[in-house]
Ligand binder design. Structure first.
Ligand code: GLP
Length: 260
């Protein structure tokens, strides 16, 4: 795991955007795994800036989002389909036909999930998966105790996640209980994983994921088994890492050839 500790979310997001931009420039048909929540918003803003000012071209790319709330369609203000449209897709040139987000209104969830997995595989697999992390260590909507081998499927949210995400809704009661999410097994097949975490509320989850045991009780801890993971943190989310001085030293002293 590469742990990148920066002073603030904006700097961390610029670093992550640089990695994605380098990937897209090297592989114009890159397959991007995308995430929602407040965390990736500054990353998306930076990608939009790079598109406008530096000609970063998404026209050959494909995207797969991690998850969606069951029962919410594109017209619902808190749906992830709407979130992605507003925070990224409306401002870049990623072709609509190659944007994939689980359909919260599907009538056949198991068939839809199987088809989602199939289309990820048919696209050649995800080159880089962007992740946030829940305060309980969830990635996508894979709540604690999710199978570490899981595939895209329905999940039931914990009360903690429903309250954490209530600010996107009119009230906590409006947060759906069910979601469709890529599985942990699906996420682990991405060729690179970029996990962003900001703020004190994420410090325990980050410390558990990086320095704790690999356990389904902190789903992000499985990333210890992935060969290419980058964690972009701010001081607050990194505050409970016992080895943070070591991670800082490693990043500041990387050989030039290792920089993206
Ligand atoms: C939701 C999303 C996750 C995200 C998490 C954290 O549960 N499904 O992908 O990582 O929220 O959200 P935030 O970035 O708003 O803290």
């Amino acid at each position: 795991m590469e742990i990148i500790i920066t002073s603030d979310p904006a700097t961390a997001s610029q670093e992550a955007a640089r990695f994605l931009a380098a990937l897209i420039r090297k592989k114009p048909v890159a397959v991007l795994g995308l995430a929602t929540g407040s965390t990736p918003v500054p990353l998306y803003r930076e990608l939009i800036r790079m598109h406008r000012e530096e000609g970063l071209d998404f026209s050959g790319c494909t995207s797969f989002n991690l998850d969606e709330y069951v029962g919410l369609g594109a017209d619902h203000p808190a749906s992830y389909r709407r979130f992605m449209q507003e925070n990224l897709f409306s401002s870049i040139n990623l072709p609509a036909a190659r944007i994939h987000i689980p359909d919260g209104l599907t009538q056949d969830i198991p068939a839809h999930c199987a088809a989602y997995e199939k289309s990820i595989a048919e696209s050649g697999g995800i080159d880089a998966q962007v992740l946030g992390i829940g305060s309980d260590g969830h990635v996508g909507f894979n709540e604690p105790t999710s199978s570490l081998a899981s595939r895209t499927r329905i999940k039931t949210l914990t009360q903690r996640t429903r309250s954490d995400n209530a600010h996107f809704f009119a009230s906590e009661n409006d947060v759906p209980h069910h979601v469709i999410t890529m599985g942990i097994g699906t996420i682990m097949e991405a060729r690179a994983v970029l996990l962003l975490a900001f703020g004190e509320n994420k410090a325990d989850a980050v410390a558990g994921a990086v320095e704790g045991p690999i356990t389904a009780s902190n789903p992000a801890s499985i990333l210890q088994m992935h060969p290419t993971v980058k964690l972009y943190l701010d001081e607050k989310s990194a505050s409970k890492l016992a080895r943070r001085d070591y991670y800082r030293w490693v990043f500041e002293n990387k050989p030039d050839w290792q920089r993206d």
